[in-house]
Design a binder for this molecule. Structure first.
Ligand code: CAA
Ligand code: NAD
Length: 310
């Protein structure tokens, strides 16, 4: 077995640059934005979390509080008072806002985590480019869109990039750092150092569809949906197969529900439009049907499975 062991490597960023980011503005307070806000606040940064909906922001604050509690329980299991202080101090670092322009005025870094739609991201980044200070880096957490296309509308093309986190953000240890065509070396190093400062192992990706993880993961999920659609196996059996036969923590259909069926559909539709000859990206009638019925997975209470509303 030993010949298969990978010789120890330092997987974390070798960047010698210290984290220079103190003020982070996160736009989008859903599944991903709330997690990015949490890990930034845990790292002691000043966070403004922005969403168009104040209900979403209220929900985000509740889930961040609960998830900080889980982290505190783990780190301070022998010292609950320190754990409570950690939760209180981290929460105090997070302000919320429904105004992206005002919230970006003092940002060193803006991370966008709104809906996966190029037009809507363009509208937002035009405003942010005008509002954020000249030194600020503008980044997107997009799952599938081209970083160069997203930032085609901004003038600071040397201070942009992709910062792709994974769900659930407080738990998943990877951050994909994506350079745009004109991203400067300084911006890239700052993004790598920031990623490390929020506890992530960073890898460097080119601006290719799905970067590394989603280029592998999304076609895998899509094939699982097609397997179900053809009636080759039940949802339960497909998920059991990949958990027990391949050692994955979740089966592909559970994972699709967890990521959000709408997000899976946005990704596939976008890639199908750009690469119509790639059969792996073809639309899937069953996925489209579930989304059209509002069955978006865990967040809506039903997808391939049913979930208790929290
Ligand atoms: N915040 C903080 N901690 C959390 C958490 C959260 N949101 N969710 C889970 N945890 C912690 C729990 O406290 C628990 O900690 P301990 O082990 O120390 O007690 C640990 O994580 C495991 O949680 P659970 O026991 O509740 O559940 P689990 O063992 O079933 O693990 C899981 C849950 C971590 C989500 C695991 O099932 C998993 O890794 N699933 C795969 C997730 C995945 O593949 N994510 C990538 C999706 S793709 C993507 O994100 C990219 C994209 O662009 C679409
Ligand atoms: P989500 O639907 O949970 O949250 C998106 C939030 O953005 C919503 O609360 C919505 O109200 C808000 N919003 C929409 N337009 C806005 C605007 N103009 N200004 C401010 N807020 C706005 O979505 P999510 O799953 O958090 O995904 C967000 C982004 O992260 C997408 O680009 C997605 O592809 C990417 N991503 C998702 C996952 C995942 O597993 N879900 C993983 C990695 C990356």
């Amino acid at each position: 077995m030993s010949q298969f062991r990978i010789i120890a490597k330092n997987f974390s960023s070798s960047s010698a640059v210290q984290n220079a980011i103190k003020n982070v503005t996160i736009i989008g307070g859903g599944l991903m934005g709330s997690g990015i806000a949490q890990v930034s606040a845990q790292a002691g940064q000043n966070v403004i979390l922005v969403d168009v909906s104040s209900d979403v922001l209220e929900k985000a604050q509740k889930s961040i509080t609960a998830n900080l509690g889980r982290v505190a329980k783990k780190i301070y299991k022998d010292n609950p008072a320190e754990g409570e202080k950690f939760v209180k101090d981290s929460l105090a670092k997070i302000k919320t806002s429904t105004d992206p322009v005002a919230a970006s005025k003092s940002a060193d870094l803006v991370v966008e985590a709104i809906v996966e739609n190029l037009g809507i991201k363009h509208e937002l980044f035009k405003k942010l480019d005008a509002a954020a200070p000249p030194h600020a880096i503008l980044a997107s957490n997009t799952s599938s869109l081209s970083i160069n296309k997203i930032f085609s509308v901004v003038s600071r093309k040397d201070k942009i990039g992709g910062l792709h986190f994974f769900n659930p953000v407080p738990v998943m240890r990877l951050l994909e750092v994506v350079r745009g065509a004109e991203t400067s070396e300084g911006t890239y190093q700052t993004m790598m150092a920031w990623g490390k400062s929020v506890g992530k192992t960073c890898i460097t990706c080119k601006d290719t569809p799905g970067f590394v993880v989603n280029r592998l993961l999304v076609p895998y999920i899509a094939e699982a949906v097609r397997l179900l659609e053809r009636g080759d196996a039940s949802a339960r059996d497909i998920d059991i197969a990949m958990k027990l036969g391949a050692g994955y923590p979740m089966g592909p259909l559970e994972l699709a529900d967890y990521v959000g069926l709408d997000t899976n559909k946005f990704i596939l539709d976008g890639w199908h439009q750009d690469y119509p000859d790639q059969p792996l990206f073809n639309p899937i009638p069953l996925l489209n049907k579930l989304v059209s019925e509002g069955k978006l997975g865990v967040k809506s209470g039903e997808g391939f499975y049913k979930y208790e509303k929290k």
